[in-house]
Design a binder for this molecule. Sequence first.
Ligand code: 5GP
Length: 191
Amino acid sequence: MQGEKYLFVVSGPSGTGKDTIVARLLADHPEIHRTISATTRAPREGEQDGVNYYFVSKEDFEHKLQNDEIVEHTCYCGNYYGTLRSEIERHMREKTPVILVIEVEGAGNIKRLYPGATTVFVLPPNIEELERRLRARGTEDEETIQRRLTRAQTEIANAVSYDEHLVNVEVGPCAESLYTIIQYHIQYGKE
Ligand code: 5GP
């Protein structure tokens, strides 16, 4: 499909700082956009509907799936998450870079649907640091932290299948490296 090279998928284990990196990138480069996913997960404190996610009921999510409004979806730690078709295809048509921050299964599905998309995996400096960041966030209970740490190992094992890799030691330099990757792929990617 035309405009696939404007799609960028960013993944990384929970707590790796991928959302912070993407937020910094968008603040510094307002021409880049980020998709807002639909999820059945409850909002965390400070999260807003239509800003962080579209928070929907399980019934609403299933309805959107049936209507083909969702291009890929997954069940992550007991909740549905999905990318809305409307959130990506407009950017492909208008040739504006757009970032999807999604987990590894979704990333694989996007790459199969849109082979011209670029997948970027954000690695933590090490697993101990990942656990420290996850705990410092203070938003999850112990059981959720353990589930997310177990899942992190599987996700990191999957990182080899990504096109590009970043290690998040410091947010600013990591966001700029992501910007460089985006520029290269837009300049040299197939139309
Ligand atoms: P969180 O609950 O921490 O916001 O997100 C949990 C995981 O779901 C993260 O790895 C996040 O990137 C991923 N995620 C968020 N939205 C989507 C989506 O639309 N599709 C998929 N496949 N994963 C998503």
